[in-house]
Design a protein around this ligand. Structure first.
Ligand SMILES: Nc1ncnc2c1ncn2[C@@H]1O[C@H](COP(=O)(O)OP(=O)(O)OP(=O)(O)O)[C@@H](O)[C@H]1O
Ligand SMILES: [Mg+2]
Length: 261
């Protein structure tokens, strides 16, 4: 991936601590994300990847430190939290589309109701984006009529239509059949090529390697590694990251073994 010339910091996470009771999940963690940067977060199950994304979106309160987007503090009881949240688009593993609304109405809902934008303008934008992800002919369909990969592409378009400054992806392909993973990852690769700022949690290591400007390895509540993908995948500095990557190599081999009938 070409080296990017980085602009200013968009998201600044300074010494945050997040606990659930006496379980400290994020421990004095700091991270800066620059405009246009693509950061992939990896780490063992339960290490706090989803919690980190939820803190950034102020879905979880933090106990110490601060998170700033464009210089403004993000916290659940910020006065302008609705406005701040709109700057961060989030896509989850479960697409959370409203089942009783068509694809187009799912996309139009927040831009029209929350941002009070004109329906015609958002519709035109939605149709352009749906076309770009290969779903123009599904605008009138309902979520139940779509495959998992199609639903996830709709969820991405829905997030984009809010004009976020940054996108957070939390294992968006984890619930998909293998043949649908590619079509969703391709859309995210397109977004990276457009210079979008993204924080991506994924277990797809090939994809992480292809898309990341930096890979963050999270474990024990801390960032143990923060490195360009080539460095992280070929020469991790910590034993924990080495063990983690080893498990993935093992899984990849296991999946290629012939199945017994
Ligand atoms: N709402 C909650 N209440 C209490 N504990 C929670 C809550 N959400 C997460 N945790 C705990 O925080 C820790 C981190 O969870 P998190 O979901 O962030 O991990 P993760 O890295 O996303 O894992 P996975 O790869 O399995 O998705 C876990 O120990 C989990 O049990
Ligand atoms: Mg998670």
């Amino acid at each position: 991936m070409a080296v990017k010339i980085l602009a200013e910091t968009l998201l600044s996470i300074e010494h945050i601590t997040k606990s659930f009771g006496d379980n400290t999940v994020l421990d004095d963690l700091s991270l800066a994300v620059h405009k246009g940067e693509v950061i992939v977060v990896v780490g063992p199950s339960g290490c706090g990847k989803s919690t980190l994304l939820r803190c950034i979106n102020a879905l979880e309160p933090i106990q110490a430190g601060e998170i700033r987007l464009d210089g403004e503090i993000i916290e659940p009881n910020s006065k302008n939290i609705t406005e701040l949240r709109q700057k961060v688009g989030m896509v989850f593993q479960s697409y959370d589309l409203f089942p009783h609304l068509s694809v187009l109405d799912n996309i139009l809902l927040a831009p029209c109701k929350v941002q009070k934008r004109a329906k015609a303008e958002v519709t035109a934008e939605a149709m352009t984006l749906l076309e770009r992800v290969g779903l123009k002919d599904k605008a009138k369909s309902f979520p139940r009529e779509l495959s998992g990969g199609q639903k996830q592409r709709v969820a991405i378009v829905r997030a984009l239509c809010m004009h976020p400054e940054m996108l957070l992806f939390d294992e968006v392909t984890a619930a998909l059949d293998p043949e649908m993973v590619r079509e969703v990852l391709d859309v995210i690769l397109q977004l990276a090529a457009q210079g979008r700022t993204m924080l991506i949690v994924t277990h797809e290591m090939q994809f992480a390697r292809a898309i990341a400007d930096r890979v963050i390895f999270l474990d024990g509540g801390k960032i143990l590694e923060d490195a360009p993908p080539e460095e992280f995948f070929t020469n991790p500095k910590t034993d924990r990251a080495r063990q983690f990557l080893h498990i993935f190599e093992f899984e990849a081999v296991k999946h290629h073994e012939p199945q017994e009938l």
